[in-house]
Design a protein around this ligand. Sequence first.
Ligand SMILES: [Fe+2]
Length: 394
Amino acid sequence: MSESAESVDLIKLPVSKLTLGMFVSAIDKNDQGRLAIANAGQIKHKDAILKLTKNGIKYVWVDTERSAEHCGFKRKASNDSQVKKPIVTREKQQEQAQVILTEAKDLIRKVLSETFEGKAIEVAPFEALADSMIESVLLDEDALKCMSALRTKDAYLLEHSVNVAFLLVTFGKYLKLDRSMLREMAVGGILHDIGKIKVDNKVLHKPGKLTPEEFEHMKLHQVYALEIMSETKGLSQISKDVCLMHHEKLDGRGYPRRLKGDEIPLHGRMSCIVDIFDALTATRCYKEAMSPAAAFKILLSLTPFHLDQQLVYDFIRCIGVYPVGSLVELSDGRVGIVWASKDRDALHPIVKCFYSLKAKRYTEVVMVDLLKSELHIERGVSPSSLDIDPTPFY
Ligand SMILES: [Fe+2]
């Protein structure tokens, strides 16, 4: 891994020099260079140091700025830290995003099987994961967006849970919610469909519309969630709300508690919006993915009786018509992935082109910066409508 992208706030320390309170951002195993870790965080117990040694980690990268308060590192002056903002390459971000998403799916897979066996949920690993997700979004969300756009049909529950958490953090950041709120919402998002583990598999994986009886059975996932949440120690109220309110409706016709209007707080309303949006834009074995623009239309049609109208408008502004990770057709007939949108308006992202609609073949991979090009986006497209596989280009 290149050291040129290193953050000025990081120092490399042997594990033996680690003390409680230090904030570990990356590890170095057998001099392989800096490896980002998904569960970056503060050393709160000696056990964490022992675990690193046990796993053969020789050196770690400590964030001096975030460790300053506890460990006596000198904190930089605020204007200084602005000038020396960490420079992190997109490749590195993408690597880190991949680690976060893989770890998230592994963790959800584990908790699903443990819950199925009747074991209690341990909250701490989810909090660590939520922290990594927030770090990544705060730094530059584009890499995570691109990675999370890669879905597989058979792992829907895992990917939906990760995406709902990620969308809640992105939306929360847009609404300028504080970090602890983002963290609690992310944990709630990861766990929001945990009750589905107790739903009959035939109903859960049915390829097609559910019968009224099957739908009633599916709704039970929130009754199971109520039970699971009440048995989970250490879970914040906000995390519980995100899990238990994502099917409530403002007019009181939702489930499981038929909450109405002000009984559904901001984070509950946000969870309803992101849950529907992610379900609509996902490919399932029985339906193709909907484009974000089409999904926004449906969200708006569900206001104001089901969803909060103002919040839906905010969400649309937050995600943008051509979100990073989605496919677009340019005015010259090329198709590409919306690659980066940070610090630009929604209509002029950087697009990674790889296919020509005119020639009906894959082309040389080229990054087109629409701020510097005469080209423009013609429309958003779904991979299935073009019969192409964009996966290798992410
Ligand atoms: Fe649900």
